[in-house]
Ligand binder design. Sequence first.
Ligand SMILES: [Zn+2]
Length: 112
Amino acid sequence: MDRNYMESELKKITSDLAKLVHEGNYLRGNAVIMKRVCGNPRCRCAVEGKKHISLYVCKKQDSKTSMTYVPVRLEDDVQKKIANYHKIKNLLERVSDLNYGQLKLNKEQKDV
Ligand SMILES: [Zn+2]
């Protein structure tokens, strides 16, 4: 990896990252689809066995996992927020990798 490539990559990644972070539109967790019964004995889920399909956000923290129900009207928004969080995480990782690359580059140059 050469230095110019690294710098232009870093610029590109950090600009995408800054934009996503600035929007503040992210949610840490994973989307989980679950089938459930609603509790109404006359509902089709109880009568016909056609369970409701619901979206949950599954979040792990300090070895605990929490599941948060997502109302239908918020499903698209929440899916997008979760995707944004994963994008941010990815971009952070790529910046870190580039900086590791930079360290190696500097080390090689010093050794020559
Ligand atoms: Zn039901």
